[in-house]
Design a binder for this molecule. Structure first.
Ligand code: NAD
Length: 243
């Protein structure tokens, strides 16, 4: 029960990693506020839904969580979108969507949360970047730059707010078996099960990550076991780094 007495916010809570993360945090004693476009199917201690592209929603979200749960100790900025295609195939709308959800929303949520956490004596923020935020994969420049930006923000905040007892770190997964990955295969005309089977063969440990394997690392970064880690970018890749 590492999170007994702790209050947490999880964004993207209705997604593949988000759902598992919420269940695992609650199983270890945390009170969890969930946020997504529609999180009504997710069991949680508070539901604060909205569109992360709405700046006013993001600015208000940490305060609403603190009010609903009586505090805010942990934030998992997990929501994300992926935009595929090279730069010539990428529209301004794609840019605004991807940078809005993957960068601006966590930027605003961190900015609003840090004073609350500082006043309470500290906290832990875990952002979700990607191994593509560390080294680019091909033909996804917008997603890659958004994940590099959240990685960089994590390093900056990890350094700037450690003195307030606020630890900011990021998890950087390679492929994870979630709707984000599977719908991408379906959109390109592949059977998602067959495509995942093929992808599994490319990972030295034998399979792409299941959401639990990423959530376990997020829980570690949110817990006191990582109490000396500030601004770390933790790659979780089953032995398959992007080169
Ligand atoms: P997912 O698509 O299953 O879940 C993402 C969630 O974010 C969804 O529930 C979605 O509704 C929510 N969301 C998106 N835009 C939103 C908006 N405007 N307002 C509110 N909520 C919004 O994806 P996932 O695989 O669980 O991804 C979780 C995180 O992990 C993302 O940041 C993603 O970039 C990252 N990641 C995923 C993979 C992978 O292979 N699946 C790899 C590396 C990193």
């Amino acid at each position: 029960m590492r999170f007994e007495g702790k209050s947490a916010l999880v964004t993207g809570a209705a997604g593949g990693i988000g759902q598992v993360l919420v269940a695992m945090l609650r199983a270890e004693g945390a009170k969890v506020a969930v946020s997504d476009r529609d999180s009504s199917a997710i069991e949680a201690d508070a539901h604060i839904d909205g569109n992360l592209l709405d700046p006013a929603f993001c600015d208000a979200l940490p305060g609403k969580v603190a009010e609903a749960l009586g505090g805010l100790d942990i934030i998992c900025n997990n929501a994300g979108v992926i935009t595929r295609g090279d730069i010539t195939e990428t529209s301004d709308d794609d840019y605004n969507l991807t940078m809005g959800v993957n960068v601006q929303a966590p930027f605003q949520i961190c900015r609003a949360a840090i004073p609350l956490m500082a006043e309470a004596g500290g906290g832990a923020i875990v952002n979700t970047s990607s191994c593509w935020g560390l080294r680019p994969g091909s033909n996804h420049p917008l997603y890659v730059m958004s994940k590099a930006a959240i990685a960089s923000l994590t390093q900056c905040l990890g350094r700037d707010h450690a003195h307030q007892g606020i630890r900011v770190n990021a998890v950087c997964p390679n492929e994870v078996n979630t709707p984000m990955l599977r719908t991408g295969f379906a959109m390109r005309g592949y059977d998602p099960d067959k495509a995942v089977d093929e992808l599994n063969k490319t990972v030295p440990i034998g399979h792409i990550a299941e959401p639990e394997e990423i959530a376990d690392v997020i829980l570690f970064l949110a817990s006191d076991a990582s109490r000396y880690m500030c601004g770390a970018l933790v790659e979780v890749n089953g032995g398959k780094p992007v080169t």
